[in-house]
Design a protein around this ligand. Structure first.
Ligand code: AMP
Ligand code: ZN
Ligand code: ZN
Length: 350
């Protein structure tokens, strides 16, 4: 108890007296691993600089490339979009923001509000797609058609978690749009605290092939567009603070379908956070070491991809995940239909 009080007062003392490393303003945050005290503006600049360094370190974006960012309205992907908007002229790339309205009750309505507010505030356009218009139903209806039961507290009773169905639909739609718009990469809002526990869990389970897809960059395979993760070396806490201090609109609510904790990942994350506290910089070193060896995991298991017999997209089975889900829900695989629909909508926007 004494020690906690001592630490608390020491922190208050520093916050009161410390100045920003780069200017005369009072510092409001300390970055333990780089031993820096920073004011609000320099913190925002510092995080943007680290993301720019990540992009350069892993050669994520080159001059003249086209990058599509899926923006959900949550703190991670909205911050990512804001960061890329601020650094895009330093590399000179084209940035396209995309939001998919999944129709998840109030949550999706609020997300859409955030996107519209962001658009207005920063004078930037997003492509907004409505999943009902594309697939024929919003996510809750799709889940019910699949045979799921949605309880009054939004708990979904189904053989698969709702997030996994939603993820499959989103990934397919994002990929179709990326192909239609001829983009070089899709940028995702996954950060270090999302990725490291998942990578380590896969290592424990010796699912090495999955690790190869969780690094800072996954290259294109056939018509599966490559993915980049510019937040690969940024922690969740740093993003939370970035979102707050930069004043961007974002939604704090969690999706109502997201419940229950991933127990193994949570335990690993607690361990990593403890290590980080005792050895500042530990998580970044680990992330860099994994990225250096990721090619090793790629070679472990080469999966030969087939083409989906309904839509022609690459898949490890004979029918892709999207066609399988939509066939079960609507009685017909919707891959090809969705491709045409998206192409039609995008022509209207251009
Ligand atoms: P998740 O599957 O929730 O981890 O989301 C993975 C990534 O997909 C996020 O980091 C976003 O970049 C993107 N994303 C999630 N939800 C949406 C959405 N509604 N519209 C567009 N992109 C999204
Ligand atoms: Zn400053
Ligand atoms: Zn298909």
């Amino acid at each position: 108890m004494k020690e906690v009080l001592y630490k608390f007062f020491k922190y208050l003392f520093f916050i009161y007296f410390m100045k920003c490393f780069y200017c005369e303003k009072d510092a409001i945050v300390r970055i333990p691993y780089s031993k820096l005290w920073l004011c609000k503006d320099h913190y925002i600049e510092y995080i943007q600089r680290r993301v720019l360094e990540t992009i350069k370190r892993y050669k994520l974006i080159k001059k003249g490339q086209k990058i599509l960012v899926g923006v959900s309205g949550g703190k991670d992907s909205t911050s990512l979009y804001h960061m890329l908007l601020n650094i895009k002229d330093k590399i000179d790339f084209e940035l396209i923001g995309l939001h998919i309205n999944l129709g998840i009750y109030d949550f999706s309505k609020k997300s859409l509000e955030v996107i519209k507010n962001f658009s207005k505030e920063y004078n930037t356009e997003f492509i907004i797609l409505d999943s009902k218009e594309i697939i024929g139903a919003y996510l809750p209806e799709t889940l019910i058609k699949l045979g799921a039961k949605i309880l009054p507290n939004y708990k979904v009773k189904y053989i698969r978690p709702a997030c996994s169905i939603c993820g499959s639909l989103k990934r397919y739609i994002l990929n179709i749009i990326a192909n239609e718009l001829n983009v070089d990469y899709i940028a995702l809002g996954h950060h270090m605290d999302d990725l490291l526990p998942y990578i380590i869990k896969n290592f424990f389970l010796q699912d090495l092939h999955s690790i190869s897809k969780l690094g800072p960059k996954t290259e294109k395979i056939d018509s599966l567009v490559g993915r980049i993760r510019p937040l690969y070396e940024i922690s969740e806490e740093e993003i939370k603070l970035y979102a707050k201090l930069s004043g961007i609109p974002y939604l704090e609510d969690q999706c109502p379908f997201k419940y229950g904790s991933k127990r193994i990942e949570t335990k690993i994350r607690e361990f990593l956070d403890k290590m980080e506290k005792e050895n500042p910089g530990f998580k970044i070193s680990l992330a860099r070491a994994i990225a250096r060896n990721i090619k090793f995991y790629e070679k472990e298991e080469e999966i030969k991809l087939n083409k989906c017999k309904y839509c022609g997209m690459p898949t490890s089975k004979d029918i892709c995940e999207f066609c399988r889900i939509t066939k079960r829900a609507f009685g017909e695989p919707k891959g090809l239909y969705v491709k045409e629909k998206i192409s039609e909508i995008l022509k209207g926007i251009k």
